[in-house]
Each structure stands twice: as structure tokens, then as C-alpha cells.
Design a protein. Structure first.
Ligand SMILES: Cc1cc2nc3c(=O)[nH]c(=O)nc-3n(C[C@H](O)[C@H](O)[C@H](O)COP(=O)(O)O)c2cc1C
Length: 190
């Protein structure tokens, strides 16, 4: 799979949602890989993600302001609406059980979930959680609902998770998430 775009094309915008999973640090690598592939990346972090990784990491790697607060309004128009007008893809990586539930049921109680309801392009989610959480019928039902709606679910993979347990729940390889995001970007209009 080709993972770079010709330099002459306008850079597509991807919104990267980072949630409160121990795998949040891997989103920094994804940001860097997307930027190297010619994508403009705007990161939206949940409050719990910020307990695990600093916004500064994403600011430096993306060279774009990081959205951490729905109520931080630099302009007359709420930021999530303006962003939705130019974003091609929303990718949530890692996606907690909590954000999967919020996306499935249309909750909008923070910057990321509110943005998700404004976003009309493709959506990619990469779940990451403890294998028992992943196996829970509620999580499976939420993922099935998202898939039915056309959301691309990448992973999770089988392996050892941070708490020491083995099973399915590990964040998919960054390479696989990158490939799915780049494939979801529509070709430029002629
Ligand atoms: C150290 C730590 C690691 C966590 N890792 C995960 C995880 O990998 N997946 C998950 O679904 N929840 C995980 N959680 C729980 C979430 O942070 C919690 O459900 C939170 O409400 C998610 O909020 P958010 O989706 O708004 O970021 C973890 C919690 C802690 C304290």
C-alpha cells in the first residue's frame, strides 16, 4: 500500500481523536506518520487522554493547534464546525470503550464527541482496551452498530496488553491504522 501523496496535491486534513487508553502514546507515532505522508493533522484530545500524554507532543508533531476544550473559541464560529468543513477523515486512535459507546449512541459531551457529530466524512476507529472489556457484549454491540453505519474498525489485535493479560484488545499496528486512514481519504476533486 502506498503511504505518501504527491506533493502537488493540496494536503488533506485528518482529525485524529486521542482518548484515554494506555495506548495513547502510540497516537504520537500515527501523527508523525500521517504528517510525513502529506496530511494536515488536527488532534483532538479527551481530558482522560491528557492524563496519559501531553498536548505539546501532538502540537510539535502536527504543527497544528491541539483541541482540548470545546469552549476554547478563537473565532465567531465554534471550532468543531469550521474543522468539519475541511476534514476528510476522522480517525480515533486509540478508541476507548467509552468513545465507542459515545460514537455509537450520538453523545456529545466533550470536544471529540461533539466534533464527531459534526463530521460528515469517513470515520476510522482503532479500539484498544483490556480483552475482557473488548469481549463485553455492550462493546461488541457498539462496534457492530458503528460498522453498520460505515465506520471502519481497525483491530484490535491479539497480544499482550499493558495490564499483563493476553487476548484481543491491543491497539492495531500504527502501520495498519495509517493504511486505513490514507485509503479513506477521497481522491481530490478535478
Ligand atoms: C492507566 C489507565 C489506562 C486505561 N486504558 C484504557 C484502555 O486502554 N482502553 C479503555 O477503553 N479504557 C482505558 N482506561 C479507562 C478510560 O480512561 C476511561 O474509561 C475513561 O472514561 C475514558 O474516557 P475518554 O474516552 O473520554 O478518553 C484506562 C484508564 C486508566 C487509568
Amino acid at each position: 500500500m502506498k503511504t505518501t501523496r504527491p506533493a502537488a496535491l493540496p494536503a488533506p486534513t485528518v482529525v485524529l481523536g486521542v482518548t484515554g487508553s494506555i495506548a495513547a502514546y502510540k497516537a504520537a507515532d500515527l501523527t508523525s506518520r500521517l504528517v510525513q505522508a502529506g496530511v494536515t493533522v488536527t488532534v483532538i484530545m479527551t481530558a482522560n487522554a491528557m492524563r496519559l500524554v501531553q498536548p505539546q507532543t501532538f502540537l510539535t508533531l502536527s504543527r497544528q493547534p491541539v483541541v482540548t476544550d470545546l469552549w476554547d473559541l478563537p473565532d465567531w464560529q465554534p471550532g468543531h464546525i469550521a474543522l468539519a468543513e475541511r476534514a476528510a477523515v476522522l480517525v480515533v486512535a486509540p478508541a476507548t470503550a467509552n468513545i465507542l459507546a459515545k460514537l455509537a449512541h450520538g453523545l456529545a459531551d466533550d470536544a471529540l464527541s461533539t466534533y464527531a457529530l459534526s463530521h460528515s466524512g469517513r470515520v476510522v476507529v482503532a479500539p484498544a482496551m483490556n480483552p475482557r472489556m473488548w469481549a463485553h457484549p455492550a462493546v461488541q454491540a457498539n462496534c457492530a452498530l458503528l460498522r453498520e453505519r460505515g465506520v471502519i474498525v481497525v483491530g484490535p489485535d491479539r497480544g499482550r496488553v499493558a495490564c499483563g493479560e493476553g487476548g484481543v484488545g491491543r491497539l492495531a499496528a500504527v502501520e495498519d491504522i495509517l493504511t486505513a486512514v490514507l485509503a479513506a481519504i477521497p481522491p481530490p476533486a478535478r
